[in-house]
Design a protein. Sequence first.
Length: 472
Amino acid sequence: MTRDKTENMSLNFGVFLICAGILFNKWFINLLRVEFGNIPFIEDIAIWLIQLALISTGILLLTKPKFAGAITHRIDNLLRCIHDRIRSISPSSFILFVSLVIGMMLTLEISVRYYLENYAEKYRLTAYGTYNMIKDYDMSYIRHPYLGYCLKPNITNESGDKHNSIGLRGEEIQTPKPDSTFRILCIGGSTTYGTHVPNYKKAYPYILQKELEKAGYRNIEVINGGVGNADSWYSLINLEFRTIYLEPDLVIIYHGDNDIESRMVYPTQAYLSDNTGRFIPHKVIELGFVERSVVLRILKKLLLSRLETYGSLESLFNAPTYVQQEYVVQLIRGEYPAGIFREIDVIDILGSNPPVYSERNYKNIISICRSESIEIILSTYSFSPISVETDTELYRIAVDEHNAMIKKVAIDKNVAIFDFKALMPLDSLYWKEDGIHLNEKGNELKGRLFADFISGSIELEDGSYQYRYEKE
């Protein structure tokens, strides 16, 4: 190849690199994230470095064509030498080289597997272990034919936290229920389950039971029926198929954030009564070549900056029309509005998707409970505006609408309602950083507040407790 041709090629290639560098930007990547289900493929810093490399190389090729041509000429000669060298390698030498590479990879794979299974912290094993390494004991969630997912039963961790044999957080539950036991079932999402507190004894349902016992009640049992990411759709199905057979005397319904997220669906035609705008049928685990190797999973994490644990909620669902996660990511990165949010504001999405389906779910839960002579307490949802997500006009409007809907249902169906939001302090002393979940102090206070509300309405009658709600 002549130097003139090489220099012309350098000029053309320089123009191409500059154009590529301009087009390859974070706004373009944001479009890709929305298109492919809100997956952040590359971190911003990596995007900037790639842009810098592309544009700088392009400018060099344009401003120093002779210099660039000389470099290109030398690279061409080097490639020719490498090509000739490869052709001169004997088959036996090539086989030996490939064998050495395979042997090194196998040794590395075995070593990393041994380290993860025997010496690494548990979070490293769950993050990088293959499906076969963790499937038998470390998945917090498993698939369910009607619910989509549920808590994995019969697991215990080093802090004493546990899921019982039916997949609820806490101790085993006796069935049939003893006649002398007054059983309270708390249903909801992660704010009932007690996400971010290390032990079931630190979650509000357990504390509620202890507070009622302190108040003098005996044979009181409170069941934690919370499931991470569950909304009122989930609780409706879970109650009908699973938890109603625990024979509760009283059901406490506490939902909020997840029902709000179920409204964050775009296009709005995807906001349907079956909630498929937010959820999709559970994904089949595809155990491809990469997912069978610990080393390759680690490389995937390093290159893509994201790797889901097989037992995590994100690996079980998330419809492409669910946009809340992308909205929060943009808020954190300071990029909102980008992608689809240039077309429509999040408040407009919320307004186009009113909480009519949540209202229906609440009413159906109440109907099911009443058919079994089970009393009900509804509760308003509380949060603290201390995070990027909760300190927004969108979140305040959504919570106000959700709580107004709950109060309306309580009036229409003549059931008790506890205005938890009115009593729960906003102080960060009680809240996790996200402003959605309570910490240990917050769960302790929540348990006491619910106990104070309930205790005056539980009466002893014919040797057993009864819940008596009198409408004010």
